[in-house]
Design a protein around this ligand. Sequence first.
Ligand code: ZN
Length: 168
Amino acid sequence: MARLPILQWPDPGLSTLCTPVGEEDLTGLIADMFETMYAAPGRGLAAPQVGVLKRLFVMDATWKEAPGTPLVMINPEILSFGTDQEPGDEGCLSIPGVLASVQRPTTVSLRWQDQDRSWQSGSFDGFAARCIQHEFDHLEGLVTFDRLSPEARTESEATYQHHLESSA
Ligand code: ZN
């Protein structure tokens, strides 16, 4: 296993629509992505964040507080969203130093392939639902900035710029 470098916004890899995963062996990549995510530390990591422009992500919404619930989603497809929405602060390993308040549906149902390429489906709420939508956005080439109003985006980008300058 190895820790992978995490692309930082505005790397163009973070704004690219990712392609479906085929039959390729992802065992090593997935292990490396988990190691990278836990070390960062973070709760989710999408393949494009480590420069692999394919439709998969890893997440573990609970490991910081409770026993972990590691999850790999390959070729995820969103089936439906709940009708309720709420704002919530989201960090991103590719946008360090920024918490962006993003409005999202509170529940999401989707199907995905697990590490053995078996199709699974499930419904999620709470933090897991938010995390899944955040990681799914990465596969679409979207980051939290893209979910903000123009005013909030300008403010968040300024915060990010300030963080980059102060940590340089
Ligand atoms: Zn992110």
